[in-house]
Design a protein around this ligand. Structure first.
Ligand code: PEP
Ligand code: MG
Length: 409
């Protein structure tokens, strides 16, 4: 429903339910629309024509605010505009740390509007193109030709920068109105993503064909979501090889280079890193799902999602282990979960070895400012000590570190 609204007039979203990592919140963030959730009965409290202030930063919704309050918010909007002007000023500067490490900042996208002003974002590429989003906006399944046109438009929008296309991640909370919905009791762990492709390979075959055709003369990077075993990855890669072979047989032009990667979202993969890394061309960590499964904490449930902070020793140690394995094996590693979009969390990610992050477009500016204000070597040492000695939530300690070292978060 959110995707059906016209972007201009839509100023904010207020939900009676919702959680920070549910897909509706991700889409709102991509649209740069403030969103506040968990406001029970809010629809009954607001009358048509009421003036409402939605403050996404502080999770507040003010209905019929007084002139004083409006004045305060007008000032805070001016401060936000000033902050945005600062981001525009660093747009063409590289995200390089004070001690000279070039970090890569990419964007997550799923709609063409996400990429409309791509050149102005100053991003290095698209680290996650969620192909299911355009599928969700249609009333019928797109055929190969319409998919090809869509992916061509994505390639054109990024003007030669790299794009990682993620194959369809339908199921879970991403429902296609025209596709059979499994009656799973736990849809997030049910028939979704690559599992659907296993049973209905034609869908993935068509998508890969469209991707291969759309990227003729360009580099093609494809990754598969929700991989739980090496066999699942090999299955996806086999279909990709077949799509390439078919194009070759037909004498059509091919992509200049093909990279095939996996998303790390299922904890079982942590115990298969060695064989997996031998097979894949790159790995991308989806922390939204990885930590939902690691902590058995539904990402769409407001009641549990705040119980487990990603800035605590267990998740950070898991991420460091993954980063070390990839570094030793020389496998490119990225991270595209929502965690990367928060400057403080992203600072911790850099500290445990991630140098390639992918975030919603509005987060590029704040992230670049953070990266350019920090020195990586001392931060890594600090995080090494911190995660081995401390227990519990490290957020306050990391915030204090940022403050003491003038890191802009
Ligand atoms: C993730 O799980 O972290 C991810 C990037 O994929 P999605 O949010 O689309 O499930
Ligand atoms: Mg995911």
């Amino acid at each position: 429903q959110l995707l059906d609204y016209h972007r201009g007039p839509l100023k904010a979203v207020v939900l009676e339910e919702g959680a920070p990592h549910s897909h509706v919140a991700i889409v709102a963030r991509a649209l740069d629309v403030p969103i506040v959730g968990q406001l029970r009965d809010v629809a009954q409290r607001i009358e048509p024509g009421d003036l409402v202030i939605v403050d996404g930063d502080h999770a507040q919704v003010l209905v019929r605010p007084s002139e004083d309050v409006r004045h305060i918010y007008r000032r805070s909007l001016l401060a936000r505009d000033a902050r945005r002007a600062r981001y525009v000023a660093v747009r063409h500067l590289p995200p390089t740390t004070r001690d000279g490490v070039r970090v890569s900042i990419n964007v997550n996208a799923g709609l063409l509007v996400d990429l409309q002003n791509f050149a102005e974002l100053g991003a290095d590429g698209v680290g996650l193109y969620r192909t299911e989003v355009p599928f969700m906006m249609r009333t019928d399944l797109p055929d190969v030709d319409s998919q090809r046109e869509l992916y061509e438009a994505v390639i054109a929008a990024v003007e030669g920068k790299p794009v990682i296309f993620r194959t369809l991640d339908i199921g879970g909370d991403k429902v296609l109105p025209y596709w059979e919905q499994a009656e799973d009791e736990n849809p997030a762990m049910g028939w979704r993503a690559i599992r659907v492709a296993f049973d209905r390979p034609a869908l993935l075959r068509q998508q890969l064909q469209a991707l291969v055709q759309a990227t003729a003369g360009h580099e093609l990077s494809v990754m598969f979501p929700m991989i739980a075993t090496c066999e699942e990855f090999r299955f996806g890669r086999r279909l990709l090889d077949q799509a390439l072979a078919r194009e070759r047989r037909c004498g059509r032009p091919l992509p200049t280079r093909v990279r095939c990667g996996a998303m790390l979202e299922v904890p079982a993969l942590l115990y298969q890193l060695e064989p997996l890394l031998a097979d894949i061309d790159f790995l991308s960590v989806g922390t939204n799902d990885l930590f939902q499964f690691l902590f058995a904490s539904d990402r769409g449930s407001y009641r549990v999602s705040h119980h487990y902070d990603v800035l605590s020793p267990v998740p950070l140690t898991v991420l460091r282990t993954v980063a070390e394995h990839c570094r030793q094996r020389g496998v490119p590693l990225g991270l595209c979960g929502e965690m990367a979009g928060q400057p403080l969390d992203a600072m911790a990610l850099l500290g445990v070895g991630f140098e390639d992050l992918s975030v919603a477009p509005p987060a590029v500016g704040p992230l670049k400012e953070m990266v350019r204000s920090l020195a990586l070597t001392p931060l890594k040492q600090f995080l090494d000590q911190l995660t081995s000695r401390q227990h519990g939530n490290l957020r306050p300690i990391l915030r204090a570190y940022a403050r003491d070292h003038d890191i802009v978060i």
